[in-house]
Ligand binder design. Structure first.
Ligand code: TTP
Ligand code: MG
Length: 403
């Protein structure tokens, strides 16, 4: 093999926990094991299924179907409301285990991650390493993971998905396209119901047919931005394993429908902004040294107050505490209602170089915040509430505009 070819070949693992929310419930309450269990809420409610055990899946129950329908399909199922905090705790343990094998980890949610193991010393086969990781996950968390090994991310993900439950599939370099070809096109990440139906009307049912579609025809049906889909269908995906992208925005502000003097309400808004800004900083792997509070009073007087610290941060709570101190000193004994409140973080440093990264507690908090970001990215900001934002939500639902 030529030197350049050797360098180009990568080893990517995709590891995804089986029936994650349900499995956590089963670990915490072994009486639920081997039973049809559904997390999402009461079947008489209006919600949808978040997770279903494999026993429940035999009856046709799966994520995103209405709970009422799940109840009709599987009347004997045990329905649970679920608890995100517990899932986040298990997720942290899971990610900690993965972190023992490489720093190059890209979480795709609470229960899945890509690992780039290219160039890592491996004294056995990749397969044995994956089995070892699966074994540790089982032993240390009680959860079952499935794994895909491939030279690129998309193939690794399809492989782990196909191997479920408790599976492991390795796709060797050169076998990517052949592995994908016979699979239904819906197995390819990015092909949802809509694209799947559209492809079906064109007679395309397998990933192989999508890969072989003449380029002109593909371009006539899909816009230029979709070229990657056909590349993926051919097992080609050069995207690196990377945790975080570029941040776009660093400030948040809201004009109230009704001017307010209620400090708990103002604090709730700041907590919400601190969580949003913290998430954006973590997302772009940045930390900020300066926090600025903006207040506009009922008479349009506008003030900006800043505080800077030597140590940069991307933690929700650190940003929030700075904002609170600024709010207290800005309001003082003033009793002038506020019509606009805003928060900004600035004075960035790149995340890696910060001392706090070596501080175990700060790192743990950061991981927790990141895990919460993942759930919110997938299922909406409301999926997880802290005490402050919950109060804000209850007081103020639908009345604030956040830009
Ligand atoms: P998934 O990994 O998609 O599903 P899963 O872990 O339940 O099952 P498996 O991987 O074995 O197919 O999602 C992880 C968790 O995310 C899932 O346990 C619950 C949550 N989730 C939702 O809340 N709503 C959803 O629509 C989906 C798909 C997942
Ligand atoms: Mg899963």
């Amino acid at each position: 093999m030529l030197e350049t070819e050797k360098r180009a070949a990568r080893t990517i693992f995709h590891i995804d926990l089986d029936a994650f929310f349900v499995s956590v419930e089963q670990v915490l309450n072994p009486a639920l094991q081997s039973k049809p269990v559904i997390v999402g809420g009461r079947p008489e409610g209006r919600g949808v299924v978040a997770a279903a055990s494999y026993e429940a899946r035999k009856f046709g129950v799966h994520a995103a179907i209405p709970l009422a329908r799940a109840k009709r399909l599987c009347p004997q199922a045990i329905f649970l409301t679920g608890n995100y905090r517990k899932y986040v705790e298990f997720s942290l343990k899971f990610m900690d285990i993965l972190g023992d094998y490489t720093p190059s980890i890209q979480p795709g949610g609470l229960d899945e991650a890509y690992l780039d193991l290219t160039g890592c010393e491996n004294f056995g086969s990749w397969r044995n390493l994956a089995l070892k990781i699966k074994g540790r996950i089982k032993q240390e968390t009680g959860l079952v993971a499935s794994a895909g090994i491939a030279p690129c991310k998309v193939v690794a993900k399809v492989a782990s998905d196909l191997s479920k439950p408790d599976g492991l599939i390795e796709v060797l370099p050169g076998q990517e396209q052949g592995f994908l070809a016979p699979l239904p096109v819906q197995k390819l990440p990015g092909v949802g119901d809509k694209t799947g139906k559209m492809l079906k009307t064109m007679g395309i049912q397998t990933i192989g047919q999508l890969a072989d579609m003449p380029q002109g025809l593909f371009k006539s049906r899909f816009n230029e931005g979709m070229v990657w889909l056909q590349q993926h269908a051919r097992g080609i995906d050069d995207s690196p394993v990377e945790a975080y992208g570029e941040a776009k925005s660093i400030s948040r502000e809201t004009t109230f429908e009704k001017d307010s003097l209620d400090r708990a309400f103002l604090k709730g808004n700041l907590r919400y902004f601190a969580e949003k800004l913290g998430a954006e900083l973590r997302d772009s792997d940045k930390k900020a040294r300066t926090v600025t509070l903006k207040l506009r009073y009922t008479d349009f007087e506008t003030i900006n107050r800043s505080t800077s610290s030597r140590e940069a941060t991307n933690l929700d709570d650190t940003i929030f505490q700075s904002a609170l101190r600024l709010l207290e000193s800005a309001l003082g004994k003033k009793y002038k209602p506020v019509r606009l409140i805003g928060l900004e973080v600035s004075n960035f440093t790149a995340g890696e170089t910060q001392l706090s990264l070596f501080d175990a507690e700060a790192k743990r908090l950061e991981q927790l915040d990141r895990a919460i970001d993942q759930v919110r990215d997938k299922y909406g900001f409301d999926a997880i509430q802290t005490g402050y934002t919950l109060e804000l939500k209850q007081r103020y639902e639908g009345k604030t505009r956040d830009r």
